[in-house]
Design a protein around this ligand. Structure first.
Ligand code: PMP
Length: 388
């Protein structure tokens, strides 16, 4: 064999991939005892109907010998029914990350730019780099006013519009989505991973706007992150274009069965979503009382700016709180390398018990800081006294 491992060298790697640093997903800690509030999973199991469907599909294992339905037809029909659409308006993805990847591959290249608002889901720039596409970031204003003229000037072929937004949690209203769809001369992918916790879905605009793609997932609002089921909704023309790029068997049998059963169980979905919304409201008022800032959330998480009792906020304080919580086995998300949000921590809304445990640890951290603040001011007074 001519090719030796030692010969494996950067030159064997495509120019685009040489420049890529892999996407870093949130930690999935090993071992038990964690209060896991770091990757925006639902804190409840999926519908019992989804679990039964998986068991039924698995049976003795005999069916696993055969390939799954390449078009995920039953799953697509169930998704279509949920949104009041037709199966030809739906593509099924191996999670919605799969859909995002397909959209980047189908609608961008060296000549066709991508736009996204900033901060954004950090997977988009990674996918863009792999494709060798330029990505234009349009900052989200402090008051969440989008700079639509800058977007229109970007010359991008596709906009990735995360709504509700990640990592801020903020939800843009229907009017803003419609305005962008009307004015932007390209495709608009509305990434609705968190829409189950918001007031509406842009799915209702499919049929009206031929440039719309809505991506969604069963990972957050249906408790099926472990199954990897997502979708794209759009016009038949857009869907069949994405379909050209898709792996033929992108969803396995168990995922298709679980997904169809889960999305058909509307009652269970509504119940778990309202449980999350109740806890979100309580968590918002807990942080409001502490005077810790956070954008109004339309998602199943809060992006919170920790503040010490002496009023200090910043990357140091956020990083310290993150580590303190982790040392108590409460895992939240911290993005030290993102300057726009590195003075904040992102907290997934959990069960009432998980949230009570989080709040207890936050209060402990404040208590610890209070002592330090007091010591700090005593020391200051002593130094002042020594000088005078
Ligand atoms: N979009 C956003 C904004 C996300 O935060 C995530 C999850 N990290 C996804 C899409 C992808 O979710 P999934 O692949 O589990 O459907």
């Amino acid at each position: 064999m001519k090719f030796k491992e030692k010969n494996f060298d950067k030159k064997n790697v495509s120019d685009a991939v040489q420049k890529v640093s892999a996407y870093v997903p949130g930690e999935q800690p090993k071992g038990g005892g964690w209060i896991k509030l770091n990757t925006n999973e639902l804190p409840y199991p999926p519908s019992p109907k989804a679990v039964s469907a998986v068991k039924l599909e698995l049976g003795s294992g005999e069916k696993l010998r055969l390939y799954p339905d390449p078009s995920s037809f039953e799953l697509r029909s169930a998704i279509a029914k949920f949104f009041g659409l037709k199966p030809e308006n739906v593509l099924a993805g191996n999670g919605s990350d799969d859909v995002l990847n397909l959209a980047v591959r189908a609608f961008s290249d060296k000549a066709r730019k991508i736009a996204s608002f900033d901060p954004c889901y950090t997977l988009y720039p990674v996918l863009a780099k792999i494709q060798g596409s330029e990505i234009v970031h349009i900052p989200i204003g402090k008051d969440f006013k989008l700079d639509i003229p800058a977007l229109l000037k970007s010359g991008a072929n596709i906009l990735f519009f995360t709504n509700p937004n990640a990592p801020t949690g903020f939800g843009f209203d229907e009017k803003t989505v419609a305005e962008i769809l009307e004015k932007f001369d390209g495709l608009v992918l509305v990434d609705e991973a968190y829409a189950p916790f918001a007031k509406y879905s842009a799915a209702k605009f499919v049929g009206k706007y031929p440039n719309l793609i809505v991506s969604g997932t069963l990972s957050k609002g249906w408790g099926l992150a472990g199954m990897r089921v997502g979708w794209a909704l759009g016009s038949p023309a857009v869907i069949s274009t994405l379909d050209k790029v898709r792996d033929s068997y992108n969803l396995d049998r168990l995922a298709q069965a679980a997904g169809a059963a889960a999305i058909s169980d509307k009652k269970y979905h509504a119940k778990v979503v309202s449980a999350v919304l109740r806890e979100r409201k309580k968590a918002e008022s807990f942080f409001d009382k502490l005077g810790w800032q956070h954008p109004k959330s339309s998602s199943n998480f809060l992006l919170v700016e920790p503040k010490t009792p002496c009023g200090k906020s910043g990357p140091k304080q956020a990083g310290e709180l993150f580590e303190f919580l982790k040392s108590k086995k409460v895992l939240v998300r911290y993005f030290p390398n993102s300057p726009e949000i590195n003075s904040k921590i992102r907290i997934t809304i959990g069960t009432p018990e998980q949230m009570a445990a989080l709040e207890k640890r936050v209060l402990e951290w404040i208590e610890k800081r209070t002592r330090e603040c007091k010591c700090g001011s005593l020391n200051k007074q002593k130094t002042k006294g020594a000088k005078s």
